[in-house]
Design a binder for this molecule. Structure first.
Ligand SMILES: Cc1cc2nc3c(=O)[nH]c(=O)nc-3n(C[C@H](O)[C@H](O)[C@H](O)COP(=O)(O)O)c2cc1C
Length: 206
């Protein structure tokens, strides 16, 4: 049975455009995988705390040496990582806020990047340990950035996921959503067509 982890990061939760695009894809995925399991993590409803010195410090303490507070911090990070580790498919909603990713997603990333848990340093450089997953990213933007040097979001997310071992990543963009009603409809229609194209052949093979 395939497991899909849906990570919503819009401040509007399921109502965000990025979450709605993800939902459209997941409906098609479910049709192709009727026994598949979908797990939803909504970072607006349940924000991950910002990383700070105490949290990062807890990650570095040996298991047997942790205080009760440090154990709680590491257990929380472990739960996020286990959820991700169990997923065969990851669907990430990615709004653009002030040229970057939602701060809740950055906080989530800061809790899942753990040396010797999700990546390992080796003589040949870092190696990601969360391999074998397919990732779909649904990016929603008010303006137009995809394929230009101003789209630093795509490269950052690609680099971060690859660092943890997730290099099979597909991006779908809905852009121009704040330009005008016509641009918004065009941006959404393009994204929908891309989702339908992705869903048709690839999912039939899943
Ligand atoms: C706080 C905030 C900041 C935004 N900053 C940008 C921006 O820098 N560039 C852009 O193109 N759109 C920007 N937008 C528009 C969003 O990208 C657009 O509304 C998109 O639909 C957000 O995804 P969501 O609906 O899934 O939350 C911003 C929207 C908000 C609410």
């Amino acid at each position: 049975m395939e497991t899909l982890l849906q990570i919503n990061t819009s401040i509007f939760s399921a109502d965000g455009q990025s979450s709605r695009l993800a939902e459209r894809f997941i409906r098609a995925w479910h049709d192709a995988n009727p026994d598949g399991r979908v797990i939803v993590r909504d970072l607006a409803r349940e924000p991950v705390p910002h990383i700070d010195a105490a949290r990062f410090g807890a990650f570095l303490v040996e298991a047997g040496e942790r205080s009760a507070e440090q154990r709680a911090i590491v257990d929380y990070s472990d739960r996020l990582i286990d959820e991700l580790r169990r997923a065969d498919v990851v669907v990430l909603g990615l709004p653009m806020y002030n040229f970057g990713l939602p701060s809740t997603l950055k906080a989530y990333f800061d809790h899942i990047a753990r040396a010797d848990v999700t990546f390992r340093y080796t003589d040949k450089g870092p190696v990601g340990l969360l391999t074998g997953k397919k990732v779909y990213v649904f990016a929603a933007r008010g303006g137009l950035y995809a394929g230009t040097p101003r789209d630093t979001q795509t490269q950052y997310v690609r680099d971060f996921l690859a660092f943890l071992g997730m290099s099979d990543v597909e991006f779908v963009y809905a852009e121009g959503l704040a330009i005008s009603e016509a641009a918004k409809q065009q941006g959404l229609a393009r994204a929908h067509a891309e989702i339908d194209r992705l869903a048709a052949p690839e999912l039939a093979l899943a």
